[in-house]
Design a protein around this ligand. Structure first.
Ligand SMILES: C[S@@+](CC[C@H](N)C(=O)[O-])C[C@H]1O[C@@H](n2cnc3c(N)ncnc32)[C@H](O)[C@@H]1O
Ligand code: SF4
Length: 387
């Protein structure tokens, strides 16, 4: 495949045709206080039966196209022993096939990363590793409840950058009340110094039901949205100066290193999903899997399958979804019927006048990425044109 500039409209359109698969690994050493994903802490003794269920779920899925991208996310996939990971990769490759240049990503926590594990995963065919570094400030790491130190993150990145992975990515979280402007700047500088191919920067979100949410309800300081906006600007400036292109609100990459799996999801491409709480989109149907470990294993074992709910996404709903997904990208989205309706609406006119939304040729682009959610709300309110 050609080397693709991550924010180019042609890359965005090409990605819509890629076929991907997401595999969810729910196991974590313990659950971080801010985390709302489908995870289980301290339950590693259940790994074997979970992987058996995953393989059974893969085998139940009707045959499909060879996969252009696979994303093994979590939870903490780097906790899974290599022999189990080999079974997952073999099952996907055997049942669907992998494209010759498939991107195969694994999410990893720095404290798990050893040279042996790194080499083993590269030998299994993983081409990309994404580390949950979050911060290089020990105070922020402790406040986030992370188990690793800045030193461990540095060592893991050092091993991965010099190994056989085609792409190394770093996740960072900004905006914890214990973080300062200087601390964030130093985290960005330290990240850039390692030269990862891709950096994701997420603003800390207080998700309902999490430990962080309970703390904030009991009076602990919440993240400040104005501070988070400043931190986003700083990330865009520091990473831009270091040669990264921001190709989505929170994602920055070197040329040729945009995450294909994510690009395909934002392009409304189809993707399979396997595992606890995972979402798929196939044949115009979005499906969500159950989020309880016991229920997932029981339902797969009994042959019922783990789908909790499904929605057929067609017609006008599909058009609005295409806009909402695509507007998160720097390349924006082709206007089409939904774009015309947006530009004709009172909200659309207001957003254009305010310079939040721009028209670039046949595309709509969020000119102020931090206000993308405002555009998305306007899209959600659009009525289907009559006739
Ligand atoms: C679900 S985690 C899985 C990766 C890995 N277990 C980890 O934590 O490093 C994927 C990424 O989501 C981000 N994330 C999770 N919860 C978040 C929250 N409440 N606010 C902002 N970012 C969050 C973190 O940056 C994390 O690296
Ligand atoms: S943030 Fe990552 S390590 Fe922490 S609980 Fe969530 S998935 Fe697990």
């Amino acid at each position: 495949m050609a080397i693709l500039p991550p924010a180019h409209p042609d890359t965005a359109e090409l990605a819509a045709g890629w076929r991907s698969a997401y595999v969810h690994i729910p196991f974590c050493a313990r659950v971080c206080p801010y985390c709302d994903f489908a995870v289980v802490g301290g339950a590693d003794d259940r790994m074997g039966e979970y992987i058996d269920a995953l393989l059974a779920e893969i085998a139940m899925e009707p045959a499909w196209h060879p996969l252009d991208a696979v994303f093994v996310g979590g939870g903490t996939p780097s906790r899974i022993p290599l022999e189990h990971m080999a079974r997952i990769v073999d099952a996907l490759a055997g049942h669907f096939g992998l494209a010759d240049d498939a991107e195969v990503t694994l999410e990893a926590n720095p404290e798990d990363w050893t040279e042996q594990h790194s080499d083993g995963l590269a030998s299994l065919g993983f081409t990309r590793v994404s580390f949950g570094v979050q911060s290089f400030d020990p105070v922020v790491l402790a406040s986030l409840g992370r188990l690793h130190s800045p030193q461990q993150a540095a060592e893991a990145l050092g091993v991965a950058v010099s190994s056989r992975f085609g792409s190394v990515s770093v996740d960072l979280i900004y905006g914890h009340p214990d973080e300062t402007d200087d601390s964030w700047l130093e985290t960005l500088d330290a990240t850039v110094a390692f030269g990862p191919d891709h950096v994701s920067t997420y603003s800390l979100t207080v998700e309902p039901g999490t430990e962080l949410w309970r703390q904030v309800r009991s009076g602990a300081p919440a993240p400040d949205s104005d501070v988070q906006a400043d931190r986003w600007e700083q990330a865009a400036a520091s990473l831009g100066a270091a040669g990264y292109t921001r190709y989505e609100v929170s994602n920055h990459a070197q040329v040729g290193h945009g995450c294909r799996y994510n690009l395909s999801v934002w392009g409304q491409g189809e993707y399979l999903a396997f595992g606890l709480g995972a979402h798929s989109y196939r044949d115009g149907v979005r499906s969500r899997r159950v989020r309880r470990l016991d229920t997932y294993i029981e339902r797969v074992r009994s042959g019922i399958g783990p789908i909790q709910s499904s929605d057929v996404i067609g017609g006008w709903d599909a058009e609005l979804e295409r806009l909402m997904l695509g507007l998160r990208r720097s390349a924006g989205v082709r206007g089409g019927e939904g774009g015309t309706a947006l530009l004709d609406s009172a909200d659309g006119v207001r957003l254009i006048d305010a310079g939040v939304l721009e028209v670039e040729g046949d595309r709509l682009v969020a000119a102020k990425p931090l206000l993308t959610d405002e555009i998305i709300r306007a899209v959600l309110d659009l009525e289907e044109p009559a006739g």
